[in-house]
Design a protein around this ligand. Structure first.
Ligand SMILES: Nc1ncnc2c1ncn2[C@@H]1O[C@H](COP(=O)(O)OP(=O)(O)OP(=O)(O)O)[C@@H](O)[C@H]1O
Length: 119
């Protein structure tokens, strides 16, 4: 039987809250998100720049939550040391790293010109 929509949202929020509570990396991403938002207001970035920032927030945060899900499934399916468990966790972590790296590069490409305008 299909569960009510409100329950689906409640489970999804549980996943977000668990990740924020248990994972150090997502706290770093959230701090970066708050800083980018503050600097976005300070430097009056454009509508298109806000869209890019929001897209990158969503990308990095969702990948971090998916990474947490993969870690949990791997720990459940394979509590012992196994090369495939390592591969799954390393690839999931690598996906977050790639997104975070390019988010940082794009963030610099957006904000550096605004900072340079001050001089
Ligand atoms: N069952 C396993 N078999 C082999 N290697 C593993 C296993 N579990 C973890 N590892 C290795 O240890 C690393 C860290 O795993 P861990 O479960 O501690 O993730 P984590 O420190 O929470 O990762 P993240 O920092 O991305 O949240 C993995 O990336 C992997 O290389």
């Amino acid at each position: 039987m299909r569960q009510p929509l409100s329950k689906s949202f409640a489970h999804a929020f549980d996943g977000i809250i668990d990740t924020v509570r248990d994972e150090r990396n997502i706290k770093i991403h959230l701090i970066m998100m708050v800083l980018v938002t503050i600097f976005g207001f300070i430097f009056h970035i454009t509508y298109e720049e806000w869209l890019i920032c929001l897209l990158l927030f969503a990308l990095v945060i969702s990948l971090e939550i998916a990474n947490t899900a993969i870690e949990a499934v791997v720990d459940l399916a394979c509590p012992e040391i196994h090369p495939l468990a390592k591969k799954a966790k390393d690839c999931a972590a690598g996906a977050v790293l790639v997104a975070a790296f390019f988010a940082a590069v794009i963030g610099l490409m957006i904000f550096v010109p605004h900072v340079l305008k001050l001089f």
